[in-house]
Design a protein around this ligand. Structure first.
Ligand SMILES: Nc1ncnc2c1ncn2[C@@H]1O[C@H](COP(=O)(O)OP(=O)(O)O)[C@@H](O)[C@H]1O
Ligand SMILES: [Mg+2]
Length: 257
């Protein structure tokens, strides 16, 4: 794999808020159809990295290329109409509590011109079933759903306009282990069936080992990228502690020598 196969390429990225530098010349490439994990300590800059790719925060230096287009600002993203190529499940991924499940799923479709209402509703039904929910859930309100169902609706909304790239920020946080594992299965199925590239911020070591083709660890304002196997041999103290600490050993025991 080379930079030419990259669906997302980041070079020399610097982001900062006031004097606080979040990323200091960070580089990474994400390839087509991979599930790419992003991990790192709380406050390491995972969500800000996603926001930078999506043009939601200003970048100070560096280049970000998505699907061959130079981005780095919302203006450029709009110019290339890139929002129609990706779907996002934000951290906390809240649904609008005053809208039904079906209405929540249709939100991204509202930005598309010329989408007749009954077609939007029909497509939302399809997405609902795609994420493993039932037709009867379409008219429910978010307060009537379990945590796992809320995540699935948020996922259906992220898939509303058939994106090529799916961004997920801690999608299984707060779910019980069984719901989290079922959500992971769903991501694998969707990637296979929809030809998606998935960029996923997660803390969940089970998800990382089951899903991710490669992983970026955000440490020291940089990204250290590799397969899980290669990162298990990494000597960086934070990376070693993360994968070989008590939780890492429990989740990854099958992979360790
Ligand atoms: N809009 C913002 N304004 C100022 N500081 C921010 C903003 N967003 C994030 N930060 C800071 O940037 C750092 C990285 O945040 P974030 O990417 O959300 O961390 P995490 O890796 O936990 O997702 C944190 O110190 C956070 O306080
Ligand atoms: Mg975050």
């Amino acid at each position: 794999m080379t930079e030419e196969n990259s669906i997302i390429s980041i070079k020399g990225l610097v982001t900062q808020f006031g004097k606080q530098v979040i990323h200091d010349h960070l580089d990474l490439n994400i390839y087509s159809h991979e599930i790419f994990g992003i991990v790192g300590g709380s406050g390491a800059g995972k969500s800000v990295l996603m926001a930078a790719i999506l043009g939601l925060i200003p970048i100070k230096y560096g280049t970000i290329t998505v699907l061959g287009k130079h981005v780095g600002s919302l203006e450029k993203i709009r110019k290339h109409n890139l929002q129609s190529h990706w779907g996002v499940l934000f951290q906390g991924g809240a649904l609008f509590s005053s809208l039904t499940v079906g209405e929540n799923i249709q939100i991204p479709m509202k930005d598309m011109e010329n989408m007749p209402e009954d077609l939007a509703r029909e497509l939302a039904f399809i997405k609902l079933k795609m994420v493993g929910l039932n037709e009867g859930d379409f008219f429910k309100y978010p307060s009537e759903l379990s945590g796992g169902m809320v995540k699935r609706v948020a996922l259906a909304r992220a898939l509303a306009i058939d994106p090529e790239i799916l961004f997920l920020d801690e999608p299984t946080a707060g779910l019980d282990p069984i719901s989290a594992a079922a959500f992971d299965d769903l991501i694998l199925t969707l990637r296979a069936n929809l030809n998606l590239t998935v960029v996923m911020v997660t803390h969940d070591l089970d998800s990382i080992s089951r899903l991710c083709d490669r992983i970026a660890v955000l440490v020291d304002k940089h990204a250290i990228v590799g397969t899980l196997k290669s990162l298990l041999n990494n000597k960086h103290p934070w990376i070693h502690e993360y994968f070989h600490g008590i939780r890492g050993q429990a989740a990854l025991s099958g992979l360790m020598e």
